[in-house]
Design a protein around this ligand. Structure first.
Ligand SMILES: Cc1cc2nc3c(=O)[nH]c(=O)nc-3n(C[C@H](O)[C@H](O)[C@H](O)COP(=O)(O)OP(=O)(O)OC[C@H]3O[C@@H](n4cnc5c(N)ncnc54)[C@H](O)[C@@H]3O)c2cc1C
Length: 410
């Protein structure tokens, strides 16, 4: 395939952001079937370094798209955050999260997108992007493409971002994970269907947390353990950062057989996570960025719900643009900054600066004062009852009412 290939909409990357963009666009405009192409350097099902936690907001997006989650999942109903000033119970009486494996989940999304009319070209790596008045030219290792609009959904190391946008290197965190087989009758995470977040590594120099999620790998119970550092320090060097992350992960879960981590006899995976910055741009001419390529949650590194949210906005923008609205793509940039997703990511950025900053103990102490405030925080984060979409004043009023007078926060 070396001759120039033309299409109306081209999507670089067939992960959740690229596939959600296609699914929302084809739901809105089924007649675009056959006119949208996604390129991916891999082929589904493919491994992706990810803990696979789907928060309720993501589950609602799947409902909206009419997609039933038909891959193995562990439903989490209890949660615990460990901090230096005490533990917080995150349980809310219903499902907090569903833990899937990304190879299966992404392949499921790809199947639905293909059925709706998306063409996916696998083993096709995007190399470069150039724009002119007539459209966008995308060079790949399988030949050139020409498109009216390009959605860059090619992950944290986005080629599209590098080619068409100013790339801020300082907004990339790092996460690493390991899957440990466990006896489900002995592991508390399986017995109680509980996930654990451990923020005590902040005192050890990590701007982030460790986690433990129960999951199923080919039917076998495992714990997915990992650690996220929002601000890896350059002076530690890559090897030093890695060694620190592994030792902090080991320290967070001393009851587990993790000796092999530092000795490298256990296999673990590391991956970057690009996070949202207020001054970044998400549209440049006829090119949009979505998902990790744009930037996701700075506090927790959660990105699947952002991928769906970006996909929804991108679909609206692209449909408007193809209908002749020349401002539609600029409105996408505006929506990602000022819409509910932009507001949420900006608040999470503020939270990250404080909870991972020098006065983190004081912030955790304040956060531990009110159980009601914690509940609303969890619900807001998870998008329960659309709380995260409320304008700031309405959210503060709801929060103040719940804290001062009791009653439901939802
Ligand atoms: C250790 C770890 C744990 C995580 N845990 C969670 C979690 O529990 N819950 C959660 O919500 N988020 C989690 N995340 C974040 C989540 O994985 C991402 O936010 C999410 O995958 C973003 O989706 P995306 O489609 O933007 O990018 P990706 O999932 O990275 O998809 C990008 C796609 O683009 C393709 N691609 C890349 N470069 C090119 C190229 N040049 N040409 C063509 N194709 C290309 C890739 O093959 C891939 O298919 C975690 C991340 C890490 C690293």
């Amino acid at each position: 395939m070396d001759a120039l290939r033309k299409c109306d909409v081209l999507i670089a990357g067939a992960g959740p952001a690229g596939l959600a963009s296609a699914l929302y666009l084809l739901k809105r405009r089924p007649e675009f079937g056959g006119r949208i192409v996604a390129l991916d350097k891999a082929a589904h099902p493919r491994f992706k370094v990810c803990a696979g936690g789907l928060i309720p907001k993501t589950l609602r997006a799947l409902d909206e798209l009419g997609i039933r989650l038909d891959v193995p999942a562990v439903d989490i109903v209890k949660g615990e955050a460990r901090t230096e000033v005490g533990n917080v119970d995150l349980s809310r009486g219903d499902v907090l999260c569903r833990v899937i494996r990304r190879d299966q989940f992404d392949a499921m999304l790809a199947r639905h997108a293909r059925d709706a009319g998306l063409e996916i070209i696998a083993h096709c790596r995007v190399l470069d992007v150039a724009q002119n008045d007539g459209g966008v030219r995308v060079d790949t290792d399988r030949g050139p493409f020409k498109t009216h609009v390009l959605i860059g959904a090619d992950g944290s190391g986005s080629r599209v971002r590098r080619a068409a946008f100013d790339s801020a290197k300082d907004a990339v965190g790092r996460a690493l994970m390991v899957d440990v087989p466990v006896n489900p009758e002995l592991a508390r995470e399986f017995i109680e269907r509980r996930y654990v977040f451990d923020f005590r590594c902040i005192a050890g120099g990590i701007s982030g947390y460790c986690w433990s999620f129960p999951c199923l790998i080919e039917g076998w119970p495992h714990l997915n353990l990992g650690i996220y550092d929002q601000l890896p320090r350059e002076d530690r060097g890559s090897a030093g950062e890695q060694a620190l992350m592994l030792s902090q992960l080991h320290k967070a879960f001393p009851e587990l057989p993790l000796d092999g981590l530092e000795r490298r006899t256990m296999s673990w995976h590391a991956f970057p996570i690009r996070w949202f910055q207020r001054f970044d741009r998400y549209a440049s001419g006829r090119v949009l960025l979505a998902g990790d390529a744009a930037g996701v949650d700075p506090l927790m590194g959660e990105g699947i719900s952002c991928a769906f949210e970006h996909g929804k906005y991108a679909a609206a923008a692209v449909a408007g643009f193809l209908d002749g609205d020349v401002e539609a793509l600029t409105k996408y940039d505006d929506a990602l900054h000022r819409g509910s997703i932009g507001r949420k990511l900006a608040i999470l950025g503020f939270a990250a600066r404080n909870f991972y900053g020098r006065r983190h103990r004081a912030f955790f102490r304040v956060a531990s004062i009110s159980r009601r405030a914690q509940e609303i925080g969890v619900d807001w984060y998870n998008g329960a009852a659309h709380l995260d979409e409320l304008p700031p004043a309405a959210l503060v009023a709801r929060w103040a009412r719940a804290v001062l007078f009791g009653g439901s926060v939802r």
